[in-house]
Ligand binder design. Structure first.
Ligand SMILES: Nc1ncnc2c1ncn2[C@@H]1O[C@H](COP(=O)(O)OP(=O)(O)OP(=O)(O)O)[C@@H](O)[C@H]1O
Length: 273
C-alpha cells in the first residue's frame, strides 16, 4: 500500500506543482492518475521513488516513511517505465533490461537468463536481444521499457505515459498486454496518462486531477462514469470521450464498458455485471 499524507511539492523556481495531496493506493491493483498537461501527475509519480523529494508531507510504503529509506535502494526496488521508453541507445535490448540487475550485482549468467525470460513475459522475441533500441519499432521499445521496469521483481511499478508515443493500434495492443500481465503478476501499478479512455480501461482506481495535483474525483471507472461529482469531471470525461451511448462487452474475462464505436470506456468491477 502507498499512502500520500498531505504531500506538497514546490519547485525551487516557486512553482507549486502539488499541494496537500492525500491518497491511499491499494496493493496489487492499478491506480491511474489522469488529468491535463501540467496538473502534477509526473511529480506525484516521481515522489514515490524519490526522483522528486516532497517539500512537505509524507509518503509511506507499507507503513514505512520513504524519506527514512535510502533513495538509491528504494529506486532499485521500484519499477519505473517512462514515455519514449528511456532506453540507453548504445546498449543492446538485453543489456537495457538487465542494467539494474547488474547494478544490484546479480551474476551475469543469471541476469541474462532473467532478461530473456522477461522478454517472453512482455511478448518480445528473444531474437531481438542483441539489437539496439533504434533497431526496434516504437511498440517493441515500449515492451523493452516494461521488461526493464519488471527486472528487479518490484512490488510497485510506476508507469508515466508509457504508451503515449505509439500509434493507436499498437497502443491498444500494449494496453491489452498490460491487462494480461497485471492479471498474472498482480503488481501495485501507478499509471499516469492524460487519456481518459486509457484510464478507464486500465484503472481499478481512477484519480482525476486538476491543476496543482488537486483531486477532482477518485473512484472506480463505473463510479466516475455513473456519478461525476461536478462539471469539471463531467466535462473531462465527456469532452474527452464524447457523450456516446455505452454498452457492455467481454474482453479477456472482464466486462468492459464500450462506447458506440466499440472503444473501451471502462471496466466493470467483479460482480457488478
Ligand atoms: N523541475 C521543475 N521545476 C519547476 N517546475 C516544474 C518542474 N517539474 C515540473 N514543474 C511544473 O510543475 C507542474 C506539474 O508538472 P508535472 O510534470 O507533474 O505535470 P504533468 O501533469 O505530469 O504534465 P504532463 O502531462 O504535461 O507531463 C507544471 O506546472 C510544471 O511546469
Amino acid at each position: 500500500m502507498i499512502e500520500f499524507r498531505s504531500v506538497s511539492k514546490q519547485f525551487p523556481d516557486g512553482t507549486k506543482a502539488v499541494q496537500g495531496f492525500d491518497l491511499t493506493i491499494p496493493s496489487r491493483s492499478t491506480t491511474v492518475f489522469v488529468g491535463s498537461s501540467g496538473c502534477g501527475k509526473t511529480t506525484l509519480l516521481r515522489m514515490v521513488n524519490r526522483m522528486v523529494e516532497p517539500s512537505a508531507g509524507q509518503i509511506l510504503i507499507d507503513g514505512e516513511d520513504i524519506a527514512t529509506t535510502d533513495a538509491v535502494q528504494l529506486r532499485r526496488r521500484i519499477g519505473y517505465v517512462m514515455q519514449n521508453s528511456g532506453l540507453l541507445p548504445h546498449r543492446s535490448v538485453l543489456d537495457n533490461i538487465t542494467t539494474v540487475l547488474r547494478l544490484n550485482r546479480t551474476p551475469k549468467a543469471e541476469a541474462r537468463e532473467r532478461g530473456l525470460t522477461l522478454m517472453d513475459t512482455v511478448g518480445l522475441d528473444r531474437a531481438l536481444a542483441k539489437r539496439y533500441p533504434s533497431q526496434l519499432s516504437g511498440g517493441q521499445q515500449q515492451r523493452v521499457g516494461v521488461a526493464r521496469g519488471l527486472a528487479v521483481e518490484p512490488n510497485i511499478l510506476l508507469m508515466d505515459e508509457p504508451f503515449g508515443a505509439v500509434d493507436p493500434i499498437v497502443r491498444t495492443e500494449l494496453q491489452e498486454e498490460l491487462l494480461r500481465l497485471q492479471r498474472e503478476l498482480g503488481k501495485t501499478v501507478v499509471f499516469v496518462t492524460h487519456d481518459i479512455d486509457e484510464a478507464f480501461l486500465l484503472g481499478d482506481q481512477i484519480v482525476i486531477l486538476k491543476k496543482g495535483g488537486v483531486i477532482a474525483q477518485q473512484g472506480t471507472p463505473e463510479e466516475i462514469l455513473a456519478n461525476p461529482v461536478d462539471d469539471f469531471v463531467a466535462d473531462f470525461v465527456g469532452a474527452h470521450r464524447g457523450k456516446r451511448s455505452l454498452s457492455l462487452k467481454q474482453v479477456d474475462g472482464r466486462t468492459i464498458v464500450v462506447d458506440a464505436d466499440g472503444k473501451p470506456a471502462g471496466v466493470l468491477a467483479e460482480g457488478a455485471a
